[in-house]
Design a protein around this ligand. Structure first.
Ligand SMILES: Nc1ncnc2c1ncn2[C@@H]1O[C@H](COP(=O)(O)OP(=O)(O)OP(=O)(O)O)[C@@H](O)[C@H]1O
Length: 640
C-alpha cells in the first residue's frame, strides 16, 4: 500500500539515496557524518507516521527491511529510486478515517472514539491531528533543512574527498611509476649488495693481509734497525778494511814481485831438476837392465833360482851338468848374474813400473827414452809391457801414458804446453806394419824407415795420431791389438814372432820463457827369442827365426855401440829396421829381459846364433827349464 504522505518520504528518500551513494565512495570521515544524520531521520519518520512508522529514512539495508515490515515504509522506500511523486493528500489517512469504527455515544471506541454524530468532536480531533501534523511538518521541514545543509556539507566534503582521492590516485600512479623504476633499482641493489658482500669479503681478506703486513712491517722495521746497526758497524769495519786493503795491495805488489822472482827460481829449479834427474839417470846408467822372473804357471817354487834376500840386484841360477864322458860324476854349478834390478816372481806391475817411471819423467823433460822387453816366448814380455785390463795388472805402456799426461798437466801450471803424437808399428819378418791403420786391408801401404838430415827417424805412410789424453792413447792401443789379432788369425802365433813398437812423440813449449823440448818415448815388446838349434824350425818358422835373431843380434850390436859410445856396425845392412828405430830414438835404454833359463853356454849359443862374433860353443846338454831368465846386457856386451 502506497503512503499518502509523499512529501516527507520523497525528500527523505532523495537525501538517503544521495547519502547512500556517497557513503559507498567515502572514507571513515564521510561515514561519521552519516551517523550524525541517522538519529534525525527516524525521529522525523516517527513524527509523520505516528509511532507506527518504521525508520524508513535510514539509508542502510537493515533499515529498509524494517520499513517494509511496517508497510508505511514501502511508501517511503519507493522514491528511493529517485522518483519524486507530487504531494497528494494522504488517502491512507482518509481511508483510515473512513474505515475507523465510530462509537455510538459520540466517543471513540475504547473510550476515545466519538460517536458518528459527534462531528464537532471529530472536527476537534481532526484539528488536533492537523496541529500535530503541522507541528510534525514543521519539525520535519526543520529536519529536512538540517539534512540539506548536512548534505551540502557532505557534498563539499565529498568534493574535497574526491579531490583528495584524485590527488592520491595521481600520487599512487606516480608511486607506481617510481615503484617500477625502483624494481630496476632493486636489481641494481641486489647486485650492489652482492658486490658489497664480495667487497666485504675482500675487505676482510685485505684487513687480515694488512694485519700480516703490519706484523711483517714491524718485524722488518726491527730488522732494519738491526741492519742499520750492522751497517754502521760494517761501515766502520769497511773503513778499517779499506785501510787494510791499501796495505794488502801494497803487500800484493810486493808479493807479485816475489812470486815472479820465485817463478823464475822455480823454473830455474825445474831446469836444474831436469838436469840433475837426467844426470842421475845417466849415472845410474844410460842403459839399464832389469830382470823379472815370471812365476811358475802351476804356482810352484823356483828351485833353480836363488834371489838373495838383502840384494835385489843379483840372481843365482843352479844347474846340474851331466858328464859328457860319463867318467866323472855330474857337476852342480851356480851361475851368478847381476842386474840393475831383479824383480822376484811376486813383484807387482806397480813395483816394476816404479823403476821405469823415472825414465818416463825424463821423456817429458826432453830426453829420448826407449824401453823394451826381451825374452823367450811365454816369459811375460807382453804382460810386463801391456798387462791386462785390470787396474793392478796394467803394464808399463798404460802406466807410462798415464804418468806422462799427469806430469804434463802439472807442468802446465809452470807455463808448459805439450803436444803428443802416437804411432804403433809391428815388425814381422823385417817388414813394417802400421798397427793404427784403419783403411781397407788390401790397400795397406808399404812403409820405409827414413832418417832426415836433422837426424830424425820417420816411417813413410805411417799413421801418426795426435792425442791429448790418456783415454785417446788407450783407444789407440786397443786398435793396435785388434790389428795384431787380425794378422794373428792369418798366421798362427804371429805376435810371438813379431816386434811391436809403441812410440809417443812429445813436444813441449814454454812460451813465456821461449823454451822448447822434443823427445820420443819408445816402448817395445820384442819377439820371442827362440834358439834356432833347439826349436829346429823349418820353412816359414825358420825364416821367422832368422828375422828375429837377425834383428836381435843387431840390437845387441846397437846396445854395445851405445855402451861404448861408438857408431854401431850392423851385421846385415839390409835388415836393420828395428835397430835404426832404436838408434834414432833413445838416450836412455831400458831392457827388461825375461825368458827361459838356459845355461850361460846356451845364452852364448843364442848370441852366436844371432850372428854375434863367434866363440867356441860349449855343449849345453839338456836345458833346465826355469820359469824365467834374464841376463844382463853388460854380460851380453861383454860377449860381443
Ligand atoms: N809376472 C807375471 N805374473 C803373472 N802372470 C804372468 C806374469 N808374466 C807373464 N804371465 C802370464 O804368462 C803368460 C805368458 O805371458 P806373455 O804372453 O806376456 O809372454 P810373452 O813373453 O809376451 O810371450 P810371446 O813372446 O809369445 O808374446 C800370460 O798368460 C801371462 O798372463
Amino acid at each position: 500500500m502506497m503512503s499518502r504522505l509523499p512529501v516527507m518520504s520523497n525528500k527523505r528518500v532523495l537525501t538517503n539515496s544521495s547519502s547512500s551513494e556517497n557513503i559507498q565512495d567515502v572514507g571513515p570521515a564521510q561515514k561519521k557524518s552519516r551517523k550524525e544524520l541517522v538519529p534525525v531521520k527516524p525521529q522525523a519518520a516517527a513524527t509523520v507516521i505516528g509511532g507506527r512508522r518504521p525508520p524508513a529514512a535510514a539509508p542502510r539495508p537493515p533499515l529498509s527491511k524494517t520499513v517494509r515490515a511496517a508497510g508505511a515504509a514501502t511508501v517511503a522506500v519507493g522514491p528511493s529510486r529517485g522518483v519524486v511523486k507530487p504531494p497528494i493528500a494522504s488517502t491512507a489517512a482518509k481511508g483510515t478515517s473512513m474505515k475507523q469504527p465510530v462509537a455510538t455515544n459520540g466517543t471513540k471506541p475504547g473510550g476515545s472514539r466519538r460517536l458518528p454524530w459527534d462531528l464537532k468532536g471529530k472536527v476537534s480531533d481532526m484539528e488536533d491531528r492537523v496541529r500535530n501534523y503541522q507541528t510534525r511538518v514543521k519539525s520535519v521541514g526543520q529536519e529536512n533543512e538540517d539534512l540539506k545543509s548536512a548534505l551540502a556539507q557532505n557534498q563539499v566534503k565529498v568534493g574535497e574527498m574526491e579531490d583528495k582521492l584524485n590527488k592520491q590516485k595521481i600520487q599512487i600512479s606516480s608511486y607506481e611509476v617510481e615503484l617500477r623504476k625502483l624494481s630496476g633499482v632493486r636489481e641494481e641493489l641486489d647486485k650492489v649488495s652482492s658486490d658489497r658482500s664480495f667487497l666485504q669479503r675482500e675487505l676482510t681478506n685485505l684487513e687480515s693481509k694488512h694485519r700480516v703486513m703490519e706484523t711483517l712491517r714491524d718485524s722488518q722495521e726491527t730488522e732494519l734497525q738491526m741492519l742499520k746497526m750492522k751497517l754502521s758497524v760494517q761501515e766502520s769495519t769497511l773503513a778499517r778494511l779499506q785501510t787494510t786493503l791499501r796495505d794488502t795491495e801494497e803487500q800484493v805488489r810486493y808479493l807479485k814481485v816475489t812470486v815472479s822472482e820465485q817463478k823464475d827460481e822455480l823454473h830455474a829449479g825445474e831446469m836444474e831438476r831436469r838436469r840433475l834427474h837426467n844426470s842421475i839417470q845417466e849415472l845410474k846408467g844410460n842403459i839399464r837392465v832389469f830382470c823379472r822372473v815370471r812365476p811358475l804357471v802351476d804356482g810352484g817354487n823356483l828351485k833353480h833360482i836363488q834371489l838373495p834376500a838383502n840384494d835385489n840386484k843379483t840372481i843365482t841360477l843352479a844347474k846340474t851338468e851331466e858328464s859328457h864322458t860319463g867318467k866323472a860324476a855330474d857337476t852342480h854349478k851356480n851361475y851368478n848374474f847381476s842386474f840393475d834390478r831383479v824383480f822376484s816372481p811376486s813383484a807387482s806391475q806397480q813395483e816394476v813400473f816404479e823403476e821405469i817411471s823415472l825414465l818416463v819423467q825424463s821423456a817429458l823433460d826432453g830426453y829420448n827414452v826407449c824401453c823394451f822387453a826381451y825374452g823367450q816366448t811365454g816369459s811375460g814380455k807382453t804382460y810386463t809391457m801391456e798387462g791386462d785390463e785390470f787396474d793392478q795388472s796394467r803394464g808399463v805402456i798404460p802406466r807410462a801414458v798415464q804418468q806422462i799426461f799427469k806430469a804434463s798437466e802439472k807442468l802446465g801450471a809452470q807455463g808448459w804446453q805439450f803436444t803428443f803424437t802416437a804411432s804403433f808399428v809391428e815388425i814381422y819378418n823385417e817388414t813394417l806394419r802400421d798397427l793404427l791403420y784403419t783403411g781397407k786391408a788390401n790397400k795397406r801401404p808399404e812403409h820405409e824407415i827414413r832418417k832426415s838430415t836433422a837426424n830424425e827417424v820417420t816411417i813413410t805412410n805411417l799413421t801418426y795420431k795426435s792425442v791429448s789424453n790418456e783415454d785417446q792413447v788407450l783407444g789407440l792401443i786397443e786398435l793396435a791389438n785388434q790389428n795384431r789379432a787380425t794378422a794373428q788369425t792369418a798366421q798362427n802365433d804371429r805376435s810371438s814372432r813379431s816386434h811391436s813398437v809403441f812410440q809417443l812423440d812429445i813436444e813441449g813449449m814454454n812460451a813465456g820463457r821461449d823454451i822448447k823440448c822434443k823427445s820420443t818415448l819408445c816402448l817395445v815388446d820384442l819377439a820371442g827369442s827362440e834358439r834356432m838349434v833347439k826349436s829346429q824350425s823349418q820353412g816359414e818358422r825358420f825364416k821367422e827365426m832368422t828375422a828375429i835373431n837377425g834383428s836381435l843380434s843387431n840390437l845387441g850390436i846397437v846396445i854395445a855401440a851405445l855402451a861404448n859410445k861408438v857408431q854401431p856396425r850392423l851385421s846385415e845392412a839390409k835388415h836393420h829396421t828395428l835397430n835404426i828405430v832404436i838408434c834414432g830414438c833413445f838416450n836412455h835404454l831400458l831392457c827388461v829381459f825375461s825368458g827361459e833359463l838356459r845355461s850361460l853356454q846356451e845364452l852364448q849359443a843364442d848370441i852366436l846364433a844371432a850372428g854375434l862374433p863367434r866363440r867356441k860353443q860349449q855343449d849345453v846338454g839338456s836345458s833346465l827349464r826355469l820359469s824365467s831368465l834374464a841376463f844382463p846386457l853388460e854380460s851380453l856386451c861383454e860377449l860381443i
